[in-house]
Design a protein. Sequence first.
Length: 187
Amino acid sequence: MSAPEATTRGVWLAGCDCDIIELATFTLAAADARRRVAGVELPAFGQVSRGAGHLAFSVRPGRWLVLTTCAAPGLTAARWAAACAGQGAVVDLSSGLAVFVLAGAKLREALARGCRLDLSPAEFRGGQAAATIMAQVAVTLVMLEDCLLLLTPASTAQHLREWLTATAAPFGLMSVPAVSFSDVCGE
């Protein structure tokens, strides 16, 4: 993903529409035995895998969130349910979660104002994911090489965006309405 040039000095914030599904294995043993579903290598706990048209990460043992380009309602979940046949359950969370994309040189400094995690590059590197609380809201952070994805319940998305806007303003916030998932995923 390429953020505008202004982000080399500040913070860039945008929404991102995508399909979001959760894969859950029926047993933890199945999670260890089957790390590949529908041609996608499922990452270990706290890790991220990125492939053509998808991004997968795990912040809970035996469970993964998979983000893909938007399709017809229910189609992505149905495809993954067929691929998981008997190995696990699939839940469509596309309407339940909002995704924000953040980038820029001051990103970590701005988020440190309200994040309980150590976001320093030595501790939270590209390819890692974690769940935490930020601005009194549950969030999942996914650090990629060139940006950070922040997922939150749709019911708290407006509050979190307002908090992010106020918090990042002193760091040169540049707010953009939306970016496509294909831009984020590097297609």
